[in-house]
Design a protein around this ligand. Structure first.
Ligand code: DGP
Length: 115
């Protein structure tokens, strides 16, 4: 996708703080962290969201990278949360599948009211 910022990060055309990378997946720090650990994990190939006919083996690679990134960020033991916002109601703003890995603090137990 020509216009996709995450495709550009995956191709190293736009700079990001890369935490992990392999042939299929790249993880990098969120530009606007919400908590002390806020890393995004994406497939390098463009899919709009988790429901966009992503090959199961690629989904497996993305979710396998969660464990690697959690260890790299030092939250594997303390715990963390993963979120994949999808579509309009999911408040997805970058339409390239990504998993937020959030941690480094005790996260709120549940979501707040809708705004
Ligand atoms: P979402 O709302 O789930 O689509 O979250 C998109 C996230 O992507 C948001 O937390 C901010 C982050 N983000 C957007 N643009 C960039 C960028 O150019 N670089 C990095 N590192 N993160 C970005």
């Amino acid at each position: 996708m020509n216009d996709c910022i995450f495709c550009k990060i995956a191709a190293h055309e736009v700079a990001a703080q890369v935490v992990y990378e392999d042939d299929d997946v790249i993880a990098f720090e969120d530009v606007n962290p919400q908590v002390p650990v806020h890393t995004l994990i994406i497939p390098k190939q463009h899919y709009a969201h988790v429901g966009d006919n992503v090959p199961p083996d690629l989904l497996g690679k993305v979710f396998s990278a969660v464990r690697v990134v959690a260890e790299a960020k030092g939250v594997a033991e303390s715990g963390y949360r993963i979120i994949a916002n999808s579509g309009e109601d999911g408040r997805q703003t970058v339409h390239h599948l990504h998993v937020h890995l959030l941690g480094g603090t005790r996260l709120p137990i549940r979501m707040g009211p809708a705004d």
